[in-house]
Design a protein around this ligand. Sequence first.
Ligand code: GLU
Length: 295
Amino acid sequence: MTPYRGRFAPSPTGRLHFGSLVAALGSWLAARAAGGRWIVRMEDIDRAREVPGAADDILRTLAAFGLDSDEPVLRQSEREPVYAAALHQLAGAGHAYRCWCSRSDLEPFGGIHPATCVARESARAPAWRLHVGDAVIGFDDAIQGHCTQALAREVGDFVIWRVEGGCAYQLAVVVDDAAQGITDVVRGADLLDSTPRQILLQRLLGLPQPRYAHLPLALGADGRKLSKHEAALPVDGADPLPALRAALRFLGQPVPDAGETARLLALAARAFDLARIPRNATAPTPFAALRKETC
Ligand code: GLU
């Protein structure tokens, strides 16, 4: 069997918050419980959304939580030629095409691309889209169960190379998961509906398909999506234990009796059981627990 290789792939758009700690810890525990490696990849390809200093801040905070990458951190900003080669491969095989459609061009189609560029070709740079054809992609998620998506109806031909220049998330993540030999993707359920697009790209590029497990998403106190304010609440690297315990509880795992980060993590990895993770795609964020323990 191929040795387990998991990863955590944050985008440097802000500080590490409870939702991203859950994804980091969940992927770390699954990797450690399987005796595998855990790798951090910095997804810093979208310069416009990047917050200066956030990448280093995230890595420092992860280290304070005892979550260190087993291999040097791969930075997507340094890999454009590799992504360009994948685009070239897709375009050469007729799977990708240039497109000038703007968001307003797609409004009459409910935002779903109609599989052919409806804008007039112009002097400005195009985006590149992937032909999804009639692909219906199904996969077994280790937490969420069987999922399927009819790409043409639910997503449409999607952007793999952005108008502003540079690779789009869906293509970069597929190229890097393969380049890093990732066998298991454990991440937040907000990315569940991206997975079929990534599987289609893997098939078209002839890359292996990792196993997937999508963790429940942290919700606000009102049971709705985290507000900007709540989502921005960073976790405290100076006092990691309360947030680590809250994240373990959130993942349905027992909380070991340990007063030290490395010991807590080692015991948690030993006791980790993926089957205990709540199946529902969303669950409330334990703000009360976080607050009670931090103040
Ligand atoms: N960089 C993505 C994010 O922070 C996650 C990518 C992934 O885990 O596939 O939302």
